[in-house]
Design a protein around this ligand. Structure first.
Ligand SMILES: Cc1cc2nc3c(=O)[nH]c(=O)nc-3n(C[C@H](O)[C@H](O)[C@H](O)COP(=O)(O)O)c2cc1C
Length: 161
């Protein structure tokens, strides 16, 4: 039986060694990807959210990247109806207190946590989302013509509905 190449066990060991990124040192190289949960009614992460992130830290994620969180700016979440309901905010006393609970729990498990900032930018406007959609140019032209007609309603193109 052939011996396993030395590179593989060395790589596995590296996964469990600390890593310094700027001024932050994480206990290992296991990083949790940001995943939107929509579990923060009113933008406030509650005890359940704190428990969720804490469990990930206890499960040896050395670095947790939060779900997208919105600062108090119109371009952060916008008004385009991207189903961003119950997305947590990083603004306002109640939300900040909620995030304090989250970070304390993660830190108590020995992990680090960084916030992913949700910024829709121009995509918060339906017209910009439509421009970036996969619809063909001719479909877009036809849609512009019908949307521009006097008294026309403005349905969303099916590609992004
Ligand atoms: C339910 C769910 C929510 C997600 N929310 C976010 C998010 O808020 N921000 C983000 O950058 N990526 C988000 N993602 C993408 C994940 O971070 C990740 O990039 C994606 O699942 C691909 O990971 P994989 O290459 O390991 O399969 C989400 C993915 C899922 C499944």
């Amino acid at each position: 039986m052939t011996a396993e190449p030395a590179l593989i066990p060395q790589s596995r060991e590296a996964l469990f060694t600390p890593l310094t990124i700027g001024t932050m040192t994480v206990p290992n190289r296991i990083v949790m990807a940001p995943m939107t949960r929509g579990m923060s009614p009113g933008g406030v992460p509650g005890e359940d959210v704190a428990a969720y992130y804490r469990r990930r830290a206890a499960g040896h994620c050395g670095l947790v990247i939060t779900e997208g969180v919105a600062v108090d700016h119109p371009a952060a979440l916008g008004d385009a109806g991207l189903d961003e309901s119950d997305v947590p905010l990083l603004a306002g006393d109640a939300s900040l207190a909620g995030w304090r609970r989250v970070t304390e729990g993660v830190h108590e498990e020995g992990a680090k946590i960084i916030a992913q900032l949700w910024h829709q930018g121009v995509l918060r406007k339906p017209v910009f989302r439509w421009c970036l959609s996969a619809a063909s140019l001719s479909t877009k032209r036809a849609a512009v013509a019908s949307r521009s007609a006097p008294g026309a309603s403005r349905p969303m193109p099916s590609a992004i509905a």
